[in-house]
Design a protein around this ligand. Structure first.
Ligand code: PMP
Length: 347
């Protein structure tokens, strides 16, 4: 790996971060707080939240098998994706490489930050080859994005290929595990100490059922996490979100029950949908959604909308022509989808 100093934008490496009142005094002994220009009334929302979300991280670290210094928390994992560009990619100079098709925000963040985005097509099985991604790099390639399980295809990338990338690429490898809780495969978190160039992204938006609170996680070496903390907004995770997440972490069995139900429903819906005349095939998935190839995806999408059922039409995405991305809902929602699809006649 190139040194972190070589990988970081020089202005970010040199940056002296803003020091908030809560950074300068974070002890618990004081009882009179006159340091942050807060209003003394309207407890508890009058006070700025913990800028480093210490209580939340202390619950998360043992659950994820990492140290608190390995965790960055942000306003959704989308914040971490944006910070990766802002920390490491020099606008107009550096580039990133990613699998294609994949989650759209990597490309949007690249464009917002004026960073060249190099998409590398997956094979017909939606698998990536490390050698293909490595063939796209040059001396200005700072980051590679691998989403596993991948959105919108649903499948996991081959672990051997991810390991190969981590060993052979001298920049940073981001593995987006937003859907990992729906997969039987292990997270890369266990290998955080082995790979200093690894950044793992996870989120509270999927299995944890908390998309509305906007809480994303990035796991990496303490040195990488320190760079994120240096450039993030001082109070990027609000108090209500921290509190809700702490509540949620205290009942992990509830999350596991949701995941189990969704996995049962996923198997049932996929088994039923392939029997319908409108469906050509479904693709293997490790996520809470699956990709279905159908006859005339756009017509079927429009018909479903007219029935009040919204799926994602992915027909214009590379390698996904005539594919609909279907999220697993409640049993009743899934039944409504199957019922509507069963009424489609194919000549
Ligand atoms: N990564 C992937 C692969 C996603 O599909 C999504 C959301 N659809 C995200 C990240 C963003 O998650 P968050 O809600 O944490 O910003």
């Amino acid at each position: 790996m190139r040194s972190l100093k070589e990988l970081t934008r020089p202005n970010i490496w040199a940056l002296k971060p803003y020091s908030s009142a809560r950074d300068e005094y974070s002890g618990a002994d004081a009882s009179v707080f006159l340091d942050a220009n807060e209003n003394p009334y309207n407890t508890p929302n009058n006070r700025y939240p913990d800028p480093l979300q210490r209580e939340l991280k202390s619950l998360l670290a043992p659950l994820k098998g990492v140290k608190e210094e390995n965790i960055f928390l942000g306003n959704g994992s989308d914040e971490a994706i944006d910070l990766i560009f802002r920390a490491f990619c020099q606008p107009g100079v550096d580039n990133v490489v990613a699998i294609e098709p994949t989650y759209g925000m990597y490309k949007v963040c690249a464009e917002v930050n004026d960073v060249e985005y190099r998409p590398m097509l997956l094979d017909v099985y939606y698998q990536m080859k490390a050698s293909a991604l490595l063939s796209a790099i040059d001396e200005y390639t700072k980051v590679m994005f691998v989403c596993s399980p991948n959105n919108p295809t649903g499948n996991s990338m081959c672990r051997k290929e991810i390991d190969s990338l981590l060993k052979r690429f001298d920049g940073l490898v981001v593995v987006d595990e937003a859907y990992i809780d729906f997969s039987d495969l292990p997270s890369l978190l266990a290998d955080l100490d082995k790979y200093p160039n690894l950044i793992v992204l996870q989120t509270f938006s999927k299995a944890w059922g908390n998309a509305a609170i906007r809480l994303g996680m990035a796991f990496a070496s303490p040195e990488i996490i320190a760079i994120f903390n240096k450039i993030k907004y001082p109070y990027n995770v609000n108090r209500l979100t921290q509190e809700e997440a702490i509540k949620c972490l205290q009942q992990p069995e509830k999350v596991q029950a949701w995941v189990n139900t969704l996995l049962e429903e996923r198997a049932r819906v996929m088994e039923e949908i392939v029997k319908l005349p409108c469906c050509i095939r479904v693709f293997p998935t490790d996520a809470n959604f699956f990709l279905a190839k159908v006859y005339e995806a756009t017509q079927i999408y429009d018909y479903l909308v007219s029935e009040g059922i919204i799926v994602r039409n992915r027909t214009n995405v590379a390698l996904c022509s005539d594919c609909l991305r279907i999220t697993i809902g409640t049993k009743e929602e899934n039944d409504a989808l199957l019922e509507a699809l069963s009424k489609i006649e194919i000549e």
